[in-house]
Write a protein that binds this ligand. Structure first.
Ligand SMILES: [Zn+2]
Length: 342
């Protein structure tokens, strides 16, 4: 029954991933001519940008960033492009509104109103909160392991998955940090950093899901399970960064990895007699439902709060519960091991 539900879920997801297409906004000829003019003259209407004086010097943007002019010049160029896109978009959206037309996406993003120069302020705030909750979760896990639970004679924790969860905590905090940066200002470099760290976290979480749910404690087996997945994730990150940032393909990879680990945790929660399995259930169901927000992708309310931001908001309580499960697991495994040792 559960399996059938997941197959249906996967099919719907696959369909939706296929439907997600290029943005209507930046295909619009009015927008395009505005952008072209802006990058040449540095002005949109009455508003002019100093940093665009540079872009007209014939700077090639085809080469990868590390082969180009110093990063600050590159940044200037990104800044010019960002401002041109932003003000052309505002201009275009104003026109659309006067024609009673709803908002459309530009370069894959809804038209957001900048707050203190921050493009997607709600997503930035929620990313920062996610980071904070991960830090709190990881810190309390650390304190539980090394200050509250009994330690082995060599001062190491009994819990066999301690190191794996520490790495998980670091990768999560890294990922939310870059998410906050990327949502503040969307340029080539911040986008790649955000995508790369998100893929790294997602791939690592799958490895962790397999190792924990199959109770793999033996070093050699761990390496055998981890190596192919790690190789795939690394190749995928290199592909995104140095070959092609293919959004469609990346979305498919991420959905498959995400659904796979949700399935693994769900099945494990169903068959294991873990005392805190209800927390797992809650996170899996909540995480699955939250993913629907990415699919039901509504435009920003008041130019601020869109589906993606709400999605980032929902992961905050889920993350809190998730670390609480991890702490329970550490306690449960430790008491189990101590019972066996006696
Ligand atoms: Zn995001």
């Amino acid at each position: 029954m559960v399996d059938r539900y997941w197959v249906a879920f996967l099919l719907v997801l696959a369909w939706v991933v296929g439907v997600l297409d290029a943005s209507a906004g930046d295909a619009d000829p009015h927008y395009r001519s505005c952008l072209k003019q802006c990058e040449e003259t540095g002005c949109v209407g009455q508003r002019c940008f100093l940093q665009c004086k540079f872009a007209s010097n014939g700077v090639s943007t085809d080469r990868p960033w590390y082969m180009q002019e110093p990063l600050y010049l590159q940044w200037k160029h990104w800044d010019c492009q960002g401002d041109c896109r932003y003000y052309c978009m505002l201009e275009r959206e104003k026109e659309r509104e006067s024609l009673n037309k709803g908002p459309v996406k530009y370069h894959g993003k809804w038209p957001f109103v900048r707050v203190y120069g921050i493009q997607e302020s709600a997503s930035v705030a929620f990313s920062a909160l996610n980071l904070a909750v991960h830090f709190h979760g990881w810190l309390s896990f650390f304190i539980l392991l090394y200050y509250k639970l009994p330690l082995k004679d060599d001062k190491k924790a009994y819990y066999e998955y301690a190191t794996l969860w520490h790495i998980y905590g670091l990768l999560s905090m890294n990922s939310w940090f870059w998410s906050a940066v990327f949502h503040s200002r969307d340029v080539d470099l911040t986008e790649k950093l955000d995508y790369s760290s998100a893929v790294a976290l997602l791939g690592y979480s799958l490895i962790l899901a397999i190792l924990r749910s199959f109770n793999i404690r033996d070093e050699a087996t761990r390496v055998m399970v981890t190596a192919p997945l790690l190789a795939f994730v690394t190749t995928h990150i290199l592909y995104l960064n140095f070959y092609k940032l293919d959004y469609g393909w990346n979305m498919k990879v991420c959905v498959v990895i995400a659904v796979a680990q949700l399935l693994i945790w769900a099945i494990w929660a169903g068959v294991s007699l873990h005392p805190s399995r209800w927390k797992l259930w809650f996170v899996v169901v909540g995480g699955g439902l939250a993913m629907l927000l990415e699919i039901y992708d509504f435009p920003p309310y008041q130019g601020l709060l869109d589906a993606h931001a709400v999605w980032h908001a929902t992961t905050i309580p889920l993350t809190y519960l998730w670390w609480s499960f991890i702490r329970d697991d550490a306690e449960y495994r430790t008491s189990d091991l101590l019972k066996k040792a006696k």
